[in-house]
Design a protein around this ligand. Structure first.
Ligand code: HSE
Length: 430
């Protein structure tokens, strides 16, 4: 049986999980894949902290370049994260004609093209299965299982930290900060948790899925991104009154030759499968023109689930290398130009939830309905709570599908009319 050597760059949460998985499952992987995958080297600046993995003598080093240069290392695993040194080392590894496995969504979302071009130029593979969905092999699904489909839409809960926070806030009424600390302790959150809670981690993943589905990758500044930092418990409760749960949802959906890409806290009916994805779990619902709806569910964050997908990628590459092949680099580049373009934010249609603080006087609600109607926005349901001391009452209205620019214009006119005391809160719905 041929042996393929692996080097890991970054011995943190995920890197340690990968090392553990490779050491623990070496024999079973050899039987399944007909290749002996040997963990040869691990580089990290800190090689003294105990990571709970019994690493063989001589494997650990502080010198990442020596791992890349090691002739026994054919596959380089990047589990450092970020776009600084991780980018340099990934490019160094590709240019040294090593295959690369990374879980680094930020790196691929921001520099994917450069990295994929470097892989192709050097005739080596880059796998990135764990960059979206943690333990769910959704990337493999899009690259292989659904390769014969036109992808019509992808709806995803793609950030374990946000889903964990939303679930516990909803179920236990706990404050945001307390739950965020628990998510960090459990190893779900990014080093900079604003990437999670402000929606950018989900957006990075949506950009990668867009590239796989449609052959072009939007940049983060082209995508509408809203996080959960400012989501109020009031809206979580009102949404529940209407039969909806709020989730941070990534949408990648095609309509003709345009693709909508966005990340928003979104009301999802209780009966919808995505509304029942809780805690740190992730899910992606993909609609293909042939497959119809398919759904993928699993742990989207954490050491073991993420490492599971990284180890799966390593296994695939090792098997291919043992048989003298590369899998994706020839014939299936991720960034093949597609014939679709990004839809402008204002042109996106969706149903909406809007909460107004409305002056408690005759005709106020009527004025709001009139302005909405003028902009072709139609109310599908509404509820008004009893008046408080302030003279303003919360009115929550659900809107039928409407164009974003029309709803925005209506809300601006309502605000300017003086009939509301504060900016209306608008959330999307599916
Ligand atoms: N911080 C990410 C999350 C890790 O919470 O989902 C997995 O990408």
């Amino acid at each position: 049986m041929k042996q393929i050597g692996v080097g890991i760059l970054g011995f943190g949460t995920v890197g340690a999980g990968v090392a553990d998985g490779l050491l623990k499952h070496r024999d079973v992987m050899a039987k399944r894949l007909d290749v002996d995958i040997a963990l040869k080297r691990i580089a990290d600046l800190d090689i003294t902290t105990d990571r709970g993995v019994a690493v063989p003598e001589g494997v650990l080093t502080t010198d990442a370049s020596s791992v890349i240069a090691d002739p026994d290392v054919r596959i380089v695993v990047e589990t450092i994260g970020g776009t600084g040194i991780a980018k340099k080392l990934v490019l160094d590894a590709l240019n040294a004609k090593k295959c690369v496995v990374t879980a680094n969504k930020k790196l691929l979302a921001e520099h994917g093209r450069e990295i994929f071009d470097a892989a192709a130029a050097n005739g080596v593979d880059i796998y990135f299965g764990a960059s979206v969905g943690g333990g769910i092999p959704i990337i493999r699904v899009l690259r292989e299982g659904l390769a014969g489909n036109e992808i019509e839409s992808i709806h995803g809960i793609l950030n374990g930290t946000c889903n964990y926070i939303l679930t516990r806030m909803e179920n236990e009424g706990l404050p945001f900060d307390v739950v965020l600390k628990d998510a960090q302790r459990l190893g779900y959150a990014e080093a900079d948790p604003s990437l999670d809670i402000d929606g950018f981690d989900t957006a990075h993943k949506a950009c990668i899925l867009t590239a796989l589905a449609y052959g072009f990758q939007p940049t983060l500044d082209q995508v509408q991104v809203e996080g959960i930092r400012n989501l109020s418990g009031t809206d979580v409760r009102y949404a529940a009154d209407f039969g909806y749960r709020i989730k941070l949802l990534a949408v990648v959906a095609r309509d003709g030759d345009e693709v909508e890409v966005g990340v928003h806290p979104t009301l999802i009916p209780f009966s919808h499968m995505l509304a029942n994805v809780n805690d740190a779990f992730n899910a992606a619902m993909v609609k293909g023109d042939m497959s119809d709806y398919t759904m993928y569910y699993g742990r989207g964050a954490g050491r073991q689930p993420t490492a599971s997908t990284v180890v799966g990628d390593i296994g695939d590459i090792a098997r291919n290398l043992a048989h003298g092949e590369t899998r994706y680099v020839r014939g299936a580049p991720c960034y093949a130009e597609g014939n679709v373009r990004l839809r402008a934010a204002g042109d996106i249609f969706s149903k909406s939830y809007v909460r107004f603080m409305v002056a408690d006087r005759p005709g106020a609600f009527g004025l709001i309905a009139t302005i909405l109607g003028k902009h072709c926005v139609s109310i599908s349901a509404a509820t008004q709570k009893e008046s408080g001391e302030s003279g303003f009452v919360p009115v929550v209205a659900l809107m039928h599908r409407a164009k974003a620019s029309a709803l925005e214009a209506a809300l601006a006119e309502i605000k300017a009319s003086g009939v509301v005391s504060e900016d209306p809160i608008r959330l999307r719905m599916i």
